[in-house]
Design a protein around this ligand. Structure first.
Ligand code: PMV
Length: 317
């Protein structure tokens, strides 16, 4: 029996929620996103220990996947993603270890599961192989995998997840880190309806092409909300953030991004004491996010828990 000479390496990456500007961000408008640290993906790299087992493998029990990473197995999306990562890192021919991936982030729900998994894998490879990648390099590699998954993503998901900080993100502009002077309390609630980001972006784009004037005006209004939202966020203005979230939700609702269930979650949040609530992420299902002051969060979260498949209370600081 040969002892494995190298220890395994584990890395994690969080989920995320979008506070303002989803969809518009795909067309170059700004958005604000926050990490959701309560949910995470974990990647573990285990060195191969015997000459018989010298091919790289991906093991993802959540989706019943155990696969080698050789050429014959490139059809599965996660296999493609991992191979893209190995290729970007220039280690395809030398990497012989196993990558084990688990995630507690629900898939297709607007919480950035795909970007989170890729980030965890790249961070684990970075540590395991001493690659000395910067966070910005990790971010760029994750974006490449997001293109495989979602077609033409804006880049907000990979950026907020790679940096694990609240950000104002706009394509082709430097990303700004945001920092509230007081912790901000949010509740994220899942409608239980999955919705793929790829399909959502395509649906939105199709509607945009058919109704350019309405969508352009809507996205300009969202941009105003993001600009005001940035100041409200950085000054810890709960009330204004709530108002702006409601306005952003109304616009997304008018553009057809919401569902009956997400609207019930938003209405329930407001009726139980939240200062604002909106759909978060790609929509057409997925999650909503509500902002609530400390005095009300228990009422809001228990009202939401009755109708949501999963609620998470999170504090952003
Ligand atoms: O990952 P999701 O489902 O939260 O979608 C991200 C938000 C979108 O703006 C709809 C897409 C994008 O790439 O920014």
């Amino acid at each position: 029996m040969v002892n494995c000479p190298v220890t395994s390496t584990t890395s994690t990456a969080p989920a995320k929620f979008i506070l303002f500007g989803e969809h518009a961000v795909v067309y170059g408008y700004p958005s604000i996103a926050c990490p959701l640290l309560q949910l995470k993906s974990t990647a573990k790299i285990t060195p191969h220990c015997s000459p018989q087992n010298n091919h790289s493998r991906i093991i993802a029990p959540d989706i019943n996947l155990v696969s080698s990473l050789d050429k014959s197995n490139r059809k599965h999306k996660l296999v493609k993603v991992i191979n893209t990562i190995l290729n970007s890192l220039n280690i395809t021919s030398t990497f012989k270890d196993s990558i084990h991936v688990v995630s507690d982030i629900p898939l297709s729900s607007g919480l950035g599961s795909s970007a989170s998994i890729s980030t965890a894998v790249i961070k684990a490879l970075n540590d395991h192989l001493n690659l000395n990648l910067t966070t910005e390099q990790i971010n760029k590699f994750v974006y490449e995998t997001e293109v495989i998954q979602h077609g033409s993503p804006s880049g907000v998901d990979n950026t907020v997840i790679a940096y694990e900080k609240p950000i104002l993100y706009q394509k082709d502009y430097p990303t700004e880190a945001l920092s509230p002077p007081v912790p901000l309390l949010f509740i994220v609630a899942n409608s239980g309806t999955p919705s793929s980001t790829f399909n959502s972006i395509n649906k939105f784009t199709k509607n945009y092409k058919n109704n350019k004037r309405v969508y352009d005006t809507a996205m300009q209004n969202i941009t105003e909300i993001v600009r005001e939202g940035k100041n409200a966020f950085n000054s810890g203005d709960y009330k204004l953030l709530g108002q702006l979230m409601n306005q952003n939700h109304e616009i997304l609702d008018a553009l057809g991004v919401t569902t009956q269930l997400t609207n019930i979650l938003v209405k329930t949040s407001l009726e139980s004491g939240a200062l604002g609530a909106k759909i978060s992420g790609a929509g057409y299902g997925g999650n909503i996010v509500a902002i609530t002051e400390k005095e009300h969060y228990q009422e809001v979260s228990s009202a939401l828990a009755k109708i949501s498949s999963h609620t998470i209370i999170t504090q952003i600081s």
